[in-house]
Ligand binder design. Structure first.
Ligand SMILES: C[S@@+](CC[C@H](N)C(=O)[O-])C[C@H]1O[C@@H](n2cnc3c(N)ncnc32)[C@H](O)[C@@H]1O
Length: 254
């Protein structure tokens, strides 16, 4: 393993700047129009509030703020009951923050990170590779462009599989439970898994008990749900359903 460089990895932010600039610019536009049509001040205030909310969230997610992204990924790491022998897959690795944390924790393991790296995110395969190089783990980590909906691996390929806040983002999949099933397909017999997503958002996943029953019915030896959205380090304003209020982890063994 190469020693980590003095340069810091760039893990980006889950709140893209467009969520601040687009409502911000729209708000200012309506503010200008409000000089002629005073009632538009309400519309302007609404857009400016949205911009301010996302700016606040972006700050809290960042290492300069409350470092929430790191803490939320930590919930996946701490739920993973794995001995570190063999190969682990990180589905939707983004900027490779979790992939690299896994490589640092499990120093004898090989780690594969896959992501779609679509345009709506500030992430790329190149960024992942650079971050792994900076962290000194590039020799044990491989990145691959692929979709969580159709993983390019044979059944039972991995000793452990993780995913953090990805499944709800995957487009073109009617039932997001299919993504859990796909992740479990590539998990080996006796392999460990931890998935964190908006599992308490009933419109996406249905009732949590029914979701866990479905997962059990796929033949898992162990599976447990933790309501991570309840974590005390998450500020109340970020506990809205589309932010962190509905997150949970599903951890277990196949
Ligand atoms: C909130 S980010 C989480 C990234 C990373 N897991 C982390 O913890 O920082 C959501 C990620 O899902 C990825 N994603 C969206 N659709 C995907 C798909 N169909 N297959 C794989 N990854 C996808 C995005 O590219 C993005 O990196």
């Amino acid at each position: 393993m190469k020693p980590p460089s003095a340069e810091k990895p760039d893990y980006g932010n889950w709140v893209a700047t467009k969520f601040i600039y687009i409502p911000g610019a729209t708000g200012l536009f309506f503010l200008g129009l409000a000089i002629i049509f005073p009632f538009l001040i309400v519309v302007a205030a609404l857009f400016l509030f949205v911009a301010l909310y996302f700016a606040y969230a972006r700050y809290l997610f960042s290492p300069q703020g409350a470092d929430l992204q790191e803490k939320i990924r930590g919930l996946v790491l701490s739920s993973l009951d794995w001995d570190g022998e063999g190969q682990i897959l990180d589905i939707g690795c983004g900027s490779a923050a979790l992939t690299i944390a896994l490589a640092q924790k499990y120093q004898g393991a090989r780690i594969v990170g896959i992501d779609y790296w679509g345009k709506q995110w500030e992430y790329s395969k190149k960024l992942c590779e650079k971050n792994a190089e900076i962290a000194g783990v590039a020799d044990r980590v491989t990145f691959l462009q692929a979709s969580a909906a159709a993983l390019p691996f044979a059944d039972n390929s991995f000793d452990a599989v993780v995913s953090n806040l990805v499944f709800h983002e995957v487009g073109g999949v009617k039932d997001k439970k299919d993504l859990i099933r796909e992740a479990l397909r590539v998990t080996g017999k006796g392999g460990k898994f931890v998935f964190q997503d908006l599992f308490l958002w009933k419109q996406i996943y249905g009732e949590p008990d029914a979701l866990m029953e479905t997962i059990k019915s796929w033949g898992m030896t162990k599976s447990a749900f933790i309501n991570t959205g309840d974590s005390t380090f998450i500020p109340a304003l970020l506990k809205l359903p589309f932010m962190l209020g509905t997150i949970g982890t599903i951890a277990g063994e196949k």
